[in-house]
Design a protein around this ligand. Structure first.
Ligand code: CTP
Length: 379
């Protein structure tokens, strides 16, 4: 995507080079427009080097690519982000005041704009700033981020910090994603479950939850209301939460690696080595509930159930058998045989099978892009 990064004069501007680097690293094109004051906090050389383009900060400068840069930039861009947006700039933008490179560019921008305010907490709380924020938030092309709470540059603590760059980056992606899942509820399970042996030890697996999180993020970007169930919880806790969410969900995507068994007894005190009769120790296990199968049994016709299968051999056969056995609509097969796929990787390669016999290969790519491909296939 083509991003115009607009910078105004607040101390949080020191974080903007990191955002530009993130955007460029992900393959996006970046051009920068700033107020004069912004350049007191971050140098044009830094911005130019990282963005790969001259910085647009002086409306009357001879180096501008076009004499009407404030019109050509919005034409060029897919999205604009204003980081940080000071009280001054918010007030101007809300009222159509356009007297520098940043505000003239904003005024002509009809495509999505993400605004990340940052200022002293008392300024943020002022009626004038809150009015400007309310006005701007009503425009359909604007995503207004909240300020974060914490330590402020002026030494006080309060609500006025700019959101971290990864939150801003996420908001830019969300702003550009069509809301094809608006009004839909999606429940997603992700990561491993942990099954306690005693207060110190547990049984688990190597899943990290990256694929499930990528799916949750993409569903949220598409406008869905997402319930993500993951973390250090047991299969039984995951079962309860997922069953509850399923009652009102339209879609369930079960990416969690649920432990099939748990210790029959959970010891309340740490098991001591001396208490064992000999050098070998055995642990009795009992079966966990199968969340996917339970959802499949309680599935209404309009609900969509998507599962995962991680296999090491006879992959297709195992996946298809799970698809039928658990009454799923789609199953996403992961093979541990594939390089760059599986636990903890940033990439994945999967094959999807539907109950109606469709088959779709998704080649090796980032888990974020695999999440997009999975959603494009199942919806
Ligand atoms: N699953 C689940 N609850 C379980 C076990 C599995 O919800 N107790 C879900 C997984 O999240 C996945 C699908 O079922 O979406 C298949 O998981 P997998 O562990 O491959 O299936 P199992 O039936 O446990 O088969 P296996 O014998 O291969 O472990």
């Amino acid at each position: 995507m083509r991003v115009v990064v607009g910078i105004s004069g607040g101390i949080a501007a020191y974080k903007v080079p990191e955002l530009i680097r993130m955007l460029r690293k992900a393959g996006n094109e970046v051009k920068v427009a700033t107020t004069k004051n912004a350049l007191e906090f971050v140098t044009p050389l830094t911005l130019q080097t990282l963005s790969g383009h001259p910085v647009y900060s002086d409306v009357f400068a001879a180096i501008n690519e076009h004499s009407t840069e404030h019109i050509s930039l919005p034409d060029w861009a897919d999205v604009m982000v204003i980081v940080p947006a000071t009280a001054n700039v918010l007030g101007k933008m809300a009222h159509g005041i356009a007297d520098d490179a940043l505000t003239t560019t904003f005024c002509a921008m009809r495509k999505p704009v993400v605004i990340a305010p940052a200022m002293n907490d008392k300024m943020y709380d002022s009626p004038a700033v809150q009015d400007a924020i309310r006005t701007l938030s009503q425009w359909s092309n604007i995503t207004m981020l909240d300020c974060a709470e914490g330590e402020l540059a002026c030494g006080s603590t309060g609500k006025g910090r700019m959101q971290e760059v990864d939150v801003i980056y996420d908001a830019i992606q969300a702003a550009l994603t069509p809301k094809t899942l608006a009004g839909k509820r999606v429940v997603i399970t992700a990561g491993p479950t942990i099954e306690k042996i005693d207060p110190v030890r547990y049984i688990s697996n190597f899943s990290t939850g990256k694929m499930g999180r990528a799916l949750a993020t993409e569903c949220r970007h598409r406008g869905a209301e997402v319930t993500l169930i993951m973390g250090a919880i047991s299969a039984r806790e995951m079962y309860e939460q997922t069953m509850k969410a399923w009652e009102t969900a339209d879609i369930a995507i079960l990416a969690a690696a649920v432990a099939d068994y748990r210790p029959e007894v959970e010891f309340t005190e740490k098991i001591k080595k001396e208490s064992q009769a000999n050098t070998a120790m055995s642990l009795a296990l009992t079966e966990n509930p199968d969340i996917a199968a339970a959802l499949g049994q309680n599935k209404r016709p309009e609900q969509l159930l998507v599962g995962f299968a991680l296999e090491t051999n006879n992959e297709e056969q195992h996946a298809l058998s799970k698809l039928t056995r658990k009454n799923m609509d789609w199953i996403v097969l992961n093979s541990l045989q594939d390089k760059g796929a599986g636990f903890g990787c940033d990439t994945n390669k999967v094959t999807l099978y539907s109950r109606t016999g469709a088959k779709k290969d998704v080649p090796l790519q980032s888990k974020e892009d695999v999440a997009k491909a999975i959603l494009d296939s199942i919806l």
